[in-house]
Design a protein around this ligand. Structure first.
Ligand code: AMP
Ligand code: ZN
Length: 469
């Protein structure tokens, strides 16, 4: 599996720290508002990366944070006259709803900055002890950038030049810094702001320290992949490397992945320019599967322009796939032939080419654009080669392959079946009978099948009760 590594500017074969396991950290959103579809791009892209790795049998420990202490959150809280946590908790919940609607899997861990302050204080303390940070008179703690010789290795920036052209960085009350590129690890509270006690002052953490700390806490000192949008390369990820490597004395992340921007009229979609649509806005006009499909039709390192025309084209493309899936289901229900014959055997072998093409595309730095082309080829093949005269076995195999490949992309092809009450009762009875016969495996299967359809069972003294989740 090859990954383009921002650190080396090369595609590299992925070799994980622990064989068979991947430690992956993706910088998550600042929660002060509904997320926009630009924020959704890294979520969709890295969820697909994770799904592909899991498809390949790797166990992925996927960590993605919520930044829940930040100037923008505090501003929103003051405007509404509520505590900052009211704002952050609200938008974490809303973000989770959007992620679910985009079929983004929940992370293994979703840490929140405000719940990890103790570990941040520890890392800052270590950095001061090792001479990598210092506290100024007012209690602000800065990272001493010059103490980390490799600073700039991720963004490939010549900082001395930058510094020459940026003397202005030294103004605005920051003359207490030893160097304009020193950055804040801890800062004193202002009136009305949330704060925590520390050995330097009552205050709150800077932004960068949270990711170094949460990554260490949930994944260890060394991780395989660290990811986010390309605007995070500098300064956020550069600063994370400096903090983590200076504090832990080990290489922080082996592979750095960055998605390009989602643009409107070739300008980055963002809150600051006001040129954004929230995921919620889009969900009112389109099924969010279309948005997911639209994003994956581009390679994650290519800028992507958003427009209604392109979304309509994506809708048509996705419809072709869904249509093929539903035809296969229809044929399966109507065919009279059960088993594959020799001719179908041969035919099925030829379909393997699409799986191979899909995998080759994904192995090559997660080229979802080519992977989706392979799905289209499979769809075309299926439309040409299958109808109600095909055997059920062949139709099932083609359907399963289509489902496997679309699952990796997080696209759902099966129609949600409305389960009837009578079917639920019949399954419950089957489970009871299986239990009586001590066939607990079957009993559990039935319970899981019901659960997958959103039906929760409760064993009570009066018998089994059920409800829709
Ligand atoms: P933020 O809440 O601004 O920290 O952003 C959360 C994530 O969304 C980060 O990984 C950003 O790089 C990413 N992001 C923000 N805007 C865009 C955009 N227009 N296109 C792609 N990614 C973006
Ligand atoms: Zn981060």
């Amino acid at each position: 599996m090859k990954i383009y590594n921002t650190l080396t500017k090369k595609k590299e074969e992925m070799i994980t720290i622990e064989p068979g396991k991947v430690r992956m950290y993706v910088c998550g959103p600042t929660v002060y508002n509904l997320i926009h579809i630009g924020n959704a791009r890294p979520m969709i892209v890295f969820d697909t990366v994770r799904r592909y790795m899991e498809y390949r049998g790797l166990e992925v420990n996927f960590v993605s944070n919520f930044t829940d202490v930040d100037d923008k959150i505090i501003k929103a809280a003051i405007e509404e006259g509520v505590e900052a946590t009211v704002i952050s908790e609200r938008y974490i919940e809303e973000c989770k709803k959007d992620m679910k609607a985009l079929n983004v899997m929940p992370a293994t861990h979703h840490p929140q900055a405000t719940l990890e302050i103790g570990s941040m204080l520890e890392m800052i303390h270590t950095l001061i002890e090792k001479g990598h940070a210092y506290a100024a008179k007012d209690g602000t703690v800065y990272f001493r950038r010059k103490s980390f010789a490799e600073y700039g290795k991720l963004s490939h920036k010549n900082l001395e030049e930058l510094q020459g052209g940026n003397r202005s960085l030294q103004v605005s009350g920051e003359e207490q810094k030893e160097d304009p590129f020193d950055f804040v690890l801890w800062k004193p509270k202002k009136d009305g702001e949330p704060y925590w006690e520390s050995e330097w002052c009552e205050g709150r953490p800077g932004w960068h320290i949270e990711c170094s700390v949460m990554s260490k806490r949930y994944l260890g000192d060394e991780i395989d992949i660290h990811a986010g949008g390309e605007d995070l390369v500098f300064p956020h990820h550069e600063n994370e490397i400096a903090q983590s490597e200076a504090a832990n004395g080990k290489q922080f992340a082996r592979y750095w992945m960055h998605n390009a921007f989602l643009n409107i009229d070739n300008k980055k979609m963002g809150k600051s320019l006001g040129n954004f649509f929230t995921v919620r806005d889009i969900s009112e006009k389109y099924d969010l599967q279309i948005l997911r499909f639209f994003m994956l039709q581009a390679h994650y390192r290519s800028p992507l322009n958003f427009s209604a025309e392109l979304m309509d084209a994506a809708k048509n493309g996705l419809d072709r796939i869904l249509q093929a899936a539903s035809s296969l289901q229809y044929f399966m229900q109507n065919t009279k032939k059960e088993q594959m014959d020799d001719q179908e055997d041969l035919l099925w072998k030829s379909a393997d080419a699409f799986r191979i093409k899909f995998e080759e595309a994904m192995e090559d730095d997660f080229n979802t654009a080519d992977a989706i082309s392979a799905i289209f080829e499979l769809v075309k093949w299926s439309n040409t080669n299958t109808d109600a005269s095909a055997s059920k076995a062949l139709l099932q195999k083609v359907y399963d392959l289509l489902k496997t490949l679309t699952d990796v992309c997080g696209l759902i092809i099966e129609k949600e079946e409305e389960i009837l009450d009578s079917q639920i009762e019949a399954l419950i009875e089957e489970r009871q009978n299986a239990r009586k016969e001590k066939n607990f495996k079957r009993a559990d299967e039935v319970r899981d099948e019901l659960l997958s359809k959103g039906i929760l069972l409760e064993d009570t003294r009066e018998g089994v009760k059920w409800k829709k989740a």
